[in-house]
Design a binder for this molecule. Structure first.
Ligand code: SF4
Length: 367
């Protein structure tokens, strides 16, 4: 079954009805099993799992240490541009928002790179808005070639591309791809993406697979929590990750759990994933997908991020700016989202060590 069929099949599943029948025994079974299936995942995401968070945390911690050791890898984002041809209702970069757009020149990219490299960061995630016209694949490839002089690992979070374009970017030095489905709910998807190429739900859903087929070393996916029912989004994204993990065994698959800030792009989230449910979701991910990476961004508050560290996180951002450039003199005033953890790289490093984990700047070298 391909991912489109799989998501389609589960989209018509009665989640509420199933959740209302989950018993303590179902949670116990899900926690006892070495390899959990979809129904175990549903049990762990259900309200009945709320009173088992301690047991879930113990199992998640043990699985994380078994598969990843006590290390947390650090990365830092760099926005190259904020041009966008889409109109996502929840984003400050939407084409509907009128503000002066900007894009870094190659020299500006290098000066930002030099500033960031001074912090010791080695893994860089580059982002653009989704405008193929303003930031074509060749611009991104040129940027990557410049950035690779400073960073052994450069990954991308840009518009979806064809497999050949991803191959070209891989040859330029890209090793990882982040692409969020935003919401797996088709109806909500078309409501929150009223215009632009991003309206094509199916094309976006197949994007992580194209990245894996192009040979990226790791692919990171997820939903943006706040747009649709969080438990259903969590279930679908974990299922998507499992599908990719089974099909592309040479690619490391990881998940993110970005939550929408209060009024992102002036849009008020319809659903809330509270802190307790956030923790439960992350634990359920770890138990369902013991080998998957879990990425945590600076959208979350510092104290909350510190509490999550021992529960399954494998990659964390630090020292982030979400405006274009932002690390040197060049800076636009419109951020894509507000950063909630404003600590420096040093402060995040200390917090990781204080939790008994080793902060890792570089865990491998691309040849
Ligand atoms: S979420 Fe991405 S595609 Fe949508 S408006 Fe923002 S930058 Fe553009």
């Amino acid at each position: 079954m391909n991912i489109q069929d799989m998501i389609e099949k589960w989209n018509s599943f009665d989640f509420e009805g199933y959740f209302s029948k989950v018993t303590d025994g179902d949670i116990g079974n899900a926690l006892a099993r070495e390899h959990s299936d979809e129904y175990d995942l549903l049990a762990l995401l259900s309200p009945a799992a709320d009173k088992y968070l301690e047991q879930m945390a113990r199992k998640a911690r043990e699985l994380t240490v078994r598969h990843f050791g006590r290390v947390i890898q650090l990365y830092i984002p760099l926005y190259l541009a904020n041009f966008c041809s889409n109109s996502c209702v929840y984003c400050g970069f939407s084409a509907r928002n009128r503000f002066e757009r900007s894009k870094l020149s190659m020299d500006e990219i290098e000066s930002n790179a030099a500033e960031i490299a001074r912090t010791g960061m080695k893994h860089l995630l580059i982002l653009t808005g989704e405008s193929r016209k303003d930031t074509p694949p060749e611009y991104i490839a040129d940027a990557v070639r410049r950035l690779r002089k400073y960073f052994p690992s450069v990954s991308i979070e840009v518009y979806p591309m064809e497999k050949d374009e991803y191959r070209m970017l891989k040859d330029a030095g890209v090793d990882g791809l982040t692409i969020y489905q935003e919401t797996y709910d088709r109806k909500v998807y078309s409501e929150v993406h009223p215009a632009g190429r991003k309206r094509d739900y199916a094309y976006r859903l197949d994007t992580p697979a194209r990245g894996a087929e192009a040979g990226f070393r790791w692919v990171n996916i997820g939903a943006l929590y706040g747009l649709a029912d969080p438990a259903k989004e969590a279930f679908m994204s974990a299922l998507h990750a499992k599908y990719l993990q089974n099909k592309y065994i040479d690619t490391e698959i990881s998940l993110s759990l970005p939550r929408m800030n209060e009024a992102e792009g002036g849009y008020h989230a319809k659903y809330t994933l509270g802190d307790r449910d956030y923790v439960k979701t992350m634990l359920a991910f770890r138990i369902f997908l013991p080998r998957a990476g879990i990425t945590l961004s600076t959208r979350e508050r510092a104290e909350f991020r510190d509490r999550l560290l021992p529960l399954g996180i494998t990659r964390i951002s630090a020292g982030s700016m979400t405006t274009v450039g932002g690390y040197d003199v060049h800076s636009a005033d419109v951020p894509q989202f507000e950063v909630s953890d404003c600590r420096s790289v040093d402060e995040v490093v200390k917090a990781i060590a204080a939790n008994g984990y080793e902060p890792v700047f570089q865990d491998w070298v691309a040849l």
